[in-house]
Design a protein around this ligand. Structure first.
Ligand code: PMP
Length: 420
């Protein structure tokens, strides 16, 4: 994050604490205590405007899209397509036709892998993947390399968990065809400079695929300016519903790709022996799409815009910093990413306490964190840990919740004293 951007975040207006009232889940009790949801990197809570937009669709114009000629079906199609334009504006794409609705980041990355990369990878080629990627941005490429006789090359991370331009450059060769890296790590919270990485990939004649599942939450992407070839994300991490996501692709690249799912609404003419297909993005959206979810994603983007992206970043950063400072007072705590406040993520362990045991202690205190390998076993190997705890903050969390995490962590350490 450059200095100017950081200054902008730190000086923008503060989030109104009343924003918490928008999130019904924050009123839930867990073990008789107010629920402290610190697992936002797994999935975010949903604000009322998103829930209401989806309910309105089902209650007032719940028709299928594209297929009807009546006014209600037309309204549904309009609302569905409006989200495509909202996404385009939100991520800085040049055209709405570059926005493919998928079931999530995983589906988007697999689509690029099987439809785009599979046709271009030859035996002996190299494919570069970040060394600490989520499985969704690792396993598809690993398996493709196995199928094609290509070589999977790992781009190393620096101590903060970033794939820096220098580190990427160090593994690029004239055989590299594609680079797949995350925008932000779900374990380390490290942010990659996608613009710089895309420039390196392109200089070597390779494509850059970005996993934006975490990044889009904390740094608004500028896909056209950054010149990434593909960018995938899920709605559920940015306050939208589950079951829907987006694959952004440069239009000429999408045009070169065959469909993966055959069926209704993705075809042009179906003849006895052959079929022609619609242009992107529809070619990749066979079958009845997740209509309510796409509409919910549109409402989530409206909600973010109404609050101000920058204000959300500021609050998340402040809370993460507060939690890190508090945890650092505890000699039993080992924090793996103490400087990446900006991501809202704190990855840590309590010495001698298995993360699952610690997570049970948090649960009894009404706090939900994530414990385990976070679907990123490569990152665990890099950290030389089997598992970690991960607390992840969102703008609707508050200082009290950050402090409760610190206090409960002390209890987890005391648990150790009881047994030894
Ligand atoms: N990449 C990263 C960095 C993630 O954190 C996640 C979700 N944990 C994914 C990809 C996959 O997202 P989804 O399960 O929504 O497809």
């Amino acid at each position: 994050m450059n200095e100017d951007k950081l200054k902008e975040i730190l000086t923008c207006k503060s989030i109104d604490p009343a924003v918490r009232l928008d999130f019904p889940m924050l009123a839930v009790k867990s073990h008789g205590q107010p629920f402290a949801y610190l697992n936002n990197a797994a999935t975010s809570l949903k604000p009322k405007p998103v829930l209401e937009a989806m309910a309105r669709y089902y209650q007032e114009y719940g028709s299928s899209v594209f297929r009807g000629v009546d006014s209600i079906a037309y309204k549904a199609t309009q609302a569905f397509e409006a989200t495509r334009y909202k996404v385009k504006d939100f991520i800085g794409a040049k055209q709405a036709e570059s926005i493919v609705f998928t079931s999530g980041a995983t589906a988007g990355l697999n689509l690029v892998c099987h439809s785009f990369a599979a046709a271009r990878l030859q035996p002996g080629d190299e494919l570069v993947v970040g060394a600490t990627e989520h499985h969704a941005n690792y396993v598809p490429w690993q398996q493709l390399c196995k199928q094609k006789g290509a070589r999977l090359v790992l781009a190393p991370n620096n101590e903060r968990g970033e794939v820096t331009p220098e580190l990427l450059e160090s593994v690029m060769t004239d055989k590299t065809r594609l680079v797949a890296v995350c925008h932000m790590s779900n374990v380390m919270g490290a942010v990659n400079d996608l613009k710089a990485l895309a420039a390196i990939a392109h200089r070597h004649g390779a494509y850059l695929v970005a996993d934006g599942a975490q990044g889009i939450v904390h740094e608004r992407p500028e896909v056209a300016d950054w010149d990434v070839d593909f960018y995938a994300f899920s709605a559920h991490k940015i306050y939208g519903p589950t079951g829907v996501g987006v694959l952004y692709g440069k239009y000429d690249l999408l045009e070169s790709m065959p469909p993966m799912i055959y069926g209704g609404e993705m075809i042009d003419v179906v003849d006895v022996a052959d079929t022609t297909f619609r242009d992107p993005p529809y070619r990749f959206e066979g079958g009845t799409p997740p209509i309510a979810e796409v509409i919910g994603l549109g409402a989530a983007l409206d909600y973010i815009n109404s609050l101000g992206y920058c204000c959300m970043q500021q609050k998340t950063l402040q809370l993460c910093k507060r939690a890190v400072r508090g945890l650092q007072q505890n000699p039993n705590v080992e924090i793996y990413n103490p400087d990446n406040y900006f991501s809202g993520i704190v990855s840590f362990n309590v010495k001698g306490v298995h993360p699952h045991d610690a997570a049970s202690i948090y649960d009894r205190e009404g706090i939900q964190v994530r414990a385990g390998h976070h679907c990123a076993q490569p990152a665990m190997r890099w950290l030389r840990q089997n598992a970690t705890l991960r607390a992840s903050f969102a703008f609707y969390n508050n200082e009290e919740e950050a402090d409760r995490l610190v206090t409960a962590t002390k209890k987890a350490g005391d648990f150790l004293d009881v047994f030894f």
